[in-house]
Design a protein around this ligand. Structure first.
Ligand SMILES: Cc1cc2nc3c(=O)[nH]c(=O)nc-3n(C[C@H](O)[C@H](O)[C@H](O)COP(=O)(O)O)c2cc1C
Length: 347
């Protein structure tokens, strides 16, 4: 359990916002895997970063990116931009359309975003950023959070100053991705600097701090918490193709031990659930293409399955995909000695 403003989250392991990957269809798969003693494994998920203007004009793509459902809660909608008025209006839109919380993106290094002064460019102008954060906080009745990096580069670190200033104006939680913008995603996460953010914030605020970066296995999550004192962790790339990772993380955080590996048949059911979710939310072509592409992430976790990545390239239609996945489920149930997979694709 983790309290953020007036919201109680069921666990302190969060799925990160990852544009183009962690859409509603995948988030529901992540949520479908139960955690320790049947509790929710994932405490919070997040939409892709959303453009406030596009959201307010309700164009089709934005509506899909912001899509959520009653089963997809608690969920954060993440906004990017630098205009306080438009961001506040988009926050109100998000609140009215199912957001449990709003997150302000202060970490995106992509030119398209930073050229408009959004994303991690906000770290370079703390005065404006704080004013904007305050305007957003005042515009809604749900918690507003911020996801930051350590700074733009090593000569302009803000990881011990900006978080406390944001907390002063009512930001309810800070997530720190332990790299600078200049570092993008490559060099190892800088755990000691995340610890400095935690120490700075905890000296006069009680809002939670979430550590993010390079968490790929449960022990990484424990190390992040042990070495920084942060209240929770957020996983991005490590959760691609293994939606059951949160089950393993919360088990490890609770018990200090590692759980038995999630059975291969259950992993396969996750893939099928992902495809089913896509079919109900998008058209057949998009659903089929998405699963074909995502299989490269799932594949290492479904082995042994010779030529899986090669064979799925020949799958072109939804009905072929359905047959392919059903055959895979059958094959795994036989190989792993499970007589009743008790799970079939809708036809
Ligand atoms: C493909 C990709 C897309 C991302 N999209 C977003 C995004 O929309 N919003 C955001 O705040 N961070 C985004 N991130 C950053 C991640 O949320 C996370 O901070 C970063 O990848 C470090 O965590 P990791 O080491 O667990 O991957 C993205 C990262 C990747 C690799």
């Amino acid at each position: 359990m983790l309290q953020v403003g007036n919201v109680q989250l069921p666990s302190n392991a969060f799925l990160a916002p990852v544009a183009g990957y962690f859409d509603l269809a995948y988030r529901l798969v992540v949520r479908s895997v139960p955690g320790y003693k049947g509790h929710a494994a994932v405490g919070l998920t997040c939409t892709d970063l959303l453009c406030p203007q596009a959201l307010l004009s309700e164009n089709e793509k934005s509506l899909w990116l912001a899509a959520t459902s009653p089963d997809d809660k608690p969920v954060c909608m993440q906004l990017y931009g630098a205009n306080a008025e438009i961001m506040a209006e988009a926050a109100q839109w998000s609140e009215a359309h199912g957001a449990t919380m709003i997150d302000i993106n202060m970490g995106c290094p992509v030119d398209k975003v930073t050229k408009r002064n959004g994303g991690s460019k906000l770290l370079c102008d703390p005065c404006n950023t704080i004013k904007m954060a305050e305007a957003i906080v005042k515009s809604v009745n749900i918690p507003v959070t911020a996801k930051i990096r350590l700074g733009w580069d090593d000569s302009s670190l803000i990881h011990t100053t900006l978080p406390t200033q944001l907390a002063d104006v009512g930001i309810a939680m800070i997530t720190v991705h332990g790299r600078t913008t200049e570092q993008r995603f490559k060099p190892s996460v800088r755990i000691p600097l995340i610890a400095e953010t935690v120490a700075a914030l905890k000296s006069n605020h009680s809002i939670p701090v979430i550590g993010n970066g390079d968490i790929k296995i449960p022990q990484d999550a424990k190390r992040m918490i042990d070495e920084t004192g942060c209240d929770g962790i957020m996983v991005a790339r490590g959760a691609m193709g293994q939606p059951w990772l949160f089950r393993d993380i919360v088990y490890h955080l609770e018990t200090g031990k590692l759980p038995r590996p999630y059975p291969r048949i259950e992993r396969m059911k996750c893939v099928i659930r992902h495809f089913e979710n896509m079919l109900t939310m998008r058209d057949e072509r998009i659903a089929t293409n998405t699963i074909r592409v995502r299989m490269s992430r799932y594949s290492p976790h479904l082995q042994p399955w010779p030529n899986l990545k090669r064979d799925i390239q020949y799958v072109k239609t939804a009905s072929e995909m359905r047959d392919f996945l059903n055959a895979g489920l059958e094959r795994i149930s036989q190989e792993d000695g499970i007589t009743d997979p008790s799970f079939e694709l809708a036809t």
